[in-house]
Design a protein around this ligand. Structure first.
Ligand SMILES: Cc1ncc(COP(=O)(O)O)c(C=O)c1O
Length: 369
């Protein structure tokens, strides 16, 4: 089947680039001397999770229990659920942990530790827990320089109902970078804060076997990762316009696009309307700190066109001049590289793998929580 025979909007994955990105991170983790535990929230697909391991079912990171169930059923038995645990999910976590070889959860508060211990006392099951650390993103996690973080780590280490795995962070501030050099600096902050915190815990007699870091920009560009035991990048398998804009990758590394069709041509307004709206591309504004304006993705092969607005099912594309849109007809296809591939992918029920214009496979991801 030719990709232009698909109904639009359709989420396309360039099969060769997907393989190349996977290989790049497998080689990089080997060179850096760390375990690769890819974050599968980017695609939520069993087939792509296997490609990220170079085939087979290795350790993975997930962001929903639905992803965990989906991968566990497919044979992935070492899972980290990398969102701080909410106590109400512990019954589901127990079921998943009983079926896994290793099922790790995260927490960053005494309240959550109380809940895990209560659940352990009730069920008799000891859960594997990471202490979530804030290395500068300020989204979640304990401040590693605070007395409270040490006290919480001691409690996790001493608890009968907790197997303390170590410390885990996500340097999301790498997305504010403007260049490869700035990403490298963030990667060093991420690494050094975590390694220093790990060392201070160990010198206080707390075991802290794992030091887990991970974001795509820092995993791609870290100068070295001495002291770190694992990385958890996810987005690298697709990349996207945002990553290309901040210098994580080149546009030629981006493996995904959304195929859309023109449903309106308005030459006097220099405007086209396409059938990819916010529910096909997501409303992620992109790297505005670099691009200087909000555009909702890159129209491939048409440098004068910009995606300037999105309604639920409509996308508005502007040309610079009337001639930029005049040649188009209703029904013509365009391909758009999304700003944020993880959010865009999550909106589609199927992914179509393409080799040039040929559709060579299709994958069905999991949805929901
Ligand atoms: C806890 C955690 N680990 C790893 C990742 C993967 O980072 P990236 O999306 O930059 O690949 C994320 C992404 O948000 C995350 O939240």
């Amino acid at each position: 089947m030719n990709l232009f025979d698909l109904e639009s909007p359709a989420f396309l994955i360039d099969a060769a680039r997907l393989e190349r990105n996977s290989k790049m991170m497998l080689e990089r983790s080997k060179k850096l001397g760390v375990r690769l535990r890819p974050h599968i929230k980017t695609h939520k697909s069993v087939e792509i999770a296997r490609i990220q391991q170079g085939g087979g079912e290795g350790p993975v990171t997930v962001s929903t229990l639905a992803e965990a169930r989906f991968l566990l059923t497919a044979g992935f038995k070492e899972i980290t659920y990398a969102v701080p645990i909410s106590p109400q999910k512990l019954a589901s976590v127990r079921t998943l942990a009983e079926k896994s070889l290793a099922f790790n959860i995260l927490l960053d508060s005494e309240d959550a530790a109380d809940a895990v211990e209560r659940a352990g006392r009730t069920s008799g099951l000891c859960l594997s827990v990471f202490l979530k650390v804030d290395c500068g993103y300020h989204r979640a996690g304990v401040d590693p320089s605070s007395a409270e973080s040490r006290t919480l780590a001691e409690r996790l280490e001493d608890s009968k109902w907790i197997d303390f795995k170590g410390i885990l962070t996500h340097a999301g501030q790498s997305y504010h970078a403007r260049s490869r050099a700035e990403i490298q600096d963030v990667a060093e902050v991420e690494r050094s804060r975590m390694v220093q915190f790990g060392q201070s815990l160990r010198s206080a007699g707390i075991s802290c076997p794992e030091i887990s870091v991970g974001s795509t920009p820092t995993a791609v560009h870290a100068r070295h990762l001495e002291g770190v035991t694992e990385i958890r990048p996810g987005n690298y398998i697709f990349f996207d316009k945002y990553q290309a804009d901040i210098g994580t990758c080149g546009l030629e590394d981006c493996a995904v696009s959304v195929m859309t069709r023109i449903i309106g041509v308005y030459p006097k307004e220099k405007r086209l309307v396409v059938d990819a709206g916010a529910l096909a591309l997501s409303k992620d504004p992109g790297a505005v700190h670099i691009v200087g304006e909000t555009v909702f993705g890159l129209v491939l092969d048409h440098p004068t066109l910009k995606v300037v607005g999105l309604a639920q099912e409509h996308g508005s594309i502007m040309g610079k001049a009337e001639k930029d849109v005049k040649g188009f007809r209703v029904g013509d296809a365009l391909r758009i590289l999304p700003n944020h591939s993880c959010l865009a992918a999550a909106l589609h029920p199927w992914y179509f793998l393409v080799d040039g214009e040929q559709v060579v496979d299709r994958f069905q991801p999991v949805r929901g929580w």
